[in-house]
Design a protein around this ligand. Structure first.
Ligand SMILES: Nc1nc2c(ncn2[C@@H]2O[C@H](COP(=O)(O)OP(=O)(O)OP(=O)(O)O)[C@@H](O)[C@H]2O)c(=O)[nH]1
Ligand SMILES: [Mg+2]
Length: 213
């Protein structure tokens, strides 16, 4: 289910890509002012507090590239990071933050949905799911939207350090079963911990395979 990835040469190239330059290039809350679609893009999508910004930081081995929230709802804009001149990493605001005002959540949701539907350079979405929660109704809604918009996505479980072995096996099996019911979902899921650096290599390999020349 998890941890499958390409051969050693592919993994070495993926590690090299993620260890190299990664620069913040653009942040916007306005769907009409996105950067030019110069590179293939991979977007990190998920509930507020799922660990999107933390995973981007862990993958690129930086502490503060993407801002991590102490209070959920911290990432308010779509942020673009140029990885090695070959791949754009896109950090999105989270959905489902209970304490955000109705207007704010509606605005963020609109922004996220408009981006997902309309971005031609978007090659894959990493759908981040807090391992303690598993895939919930809001995630299902977004998965359905991506099925309809033909946006291919892969489920990435986060915060696995918080779970014991039994809980891990359970959430992996349940998420795998849920993903298989969706046409645009990758038939493989990843289990990670940004804090412990667990499960990062397979995600790097998966994303590096989408990089341009
Ligand atoms: N235990 C544990 N906590 C984590 C991990 N990754 C993130 N967190 C915590 O989860 C909280 C949210 O992390 P973020 O990376 O800001 O989550 P986000 O999805 O970017 O949140 P928004 O931008 O609000 O949508 C923070 O308190 C992190 O410290 C992890 O691997 N393990
Ligand atoms: Mg964030």
């Amino acid at each position: 289910v998890t941890g499958e990835h390409g051969d050693a040469a592919e993994l070495a190239a993926a590690r090299k890509l993620f260890a190299g330059a990664c620069d913040f290039i653009w942040g916007t809350g306005d769907i009409n002012s996105l950067p030019p679609q110069s590179l293939p893009e991979v977007a990190f999508v998920g509930r507020s507090n799922a660990g999107k910004s933390s995973l981007i930081n862990a993958l690129t081995n930086r502490k503060t590239l993407a801002r991590v929230s102490h209070t959920p709802g911290r990432t308010r804009e779509i942020n673009f990071f140029n990885l090695g001149g070959t791949l754009m990493l896109v950090d999105l605001p989270g959905y489902g933050y209970a304490k955000a005002s109705k207007t704010m959540s509606a605005q963020w949701q609109e922004l996220i949905f408009a981006y997902l539907r309309g971005r031609a350079s978007l090659r894959r979405v990493a759908l981040l799911v807090d391992g303690r929660r598993g895939i919930g109704p809001l995630d299902e809604q977004v998965m359905k939207l991506m099925d309809e918009a033909a946006v291919s996505y892969v489920v990435v479980l986060t915060k696995m350090d918080k779970l014991d072995d039994g809980e891990r096996a359970q959430v992996i099996a349940a998420s795998d079963a849920a993903a298989r019911k969706h046409v645009a979902a990758y038939p493989e899921i990843y289990a990670t911990s940004a804090f412990r650096g667990l499960g990062l290599d397979p995600v790097k390999s998966h994303l590096a395979a989408l990089a341009g020349p």
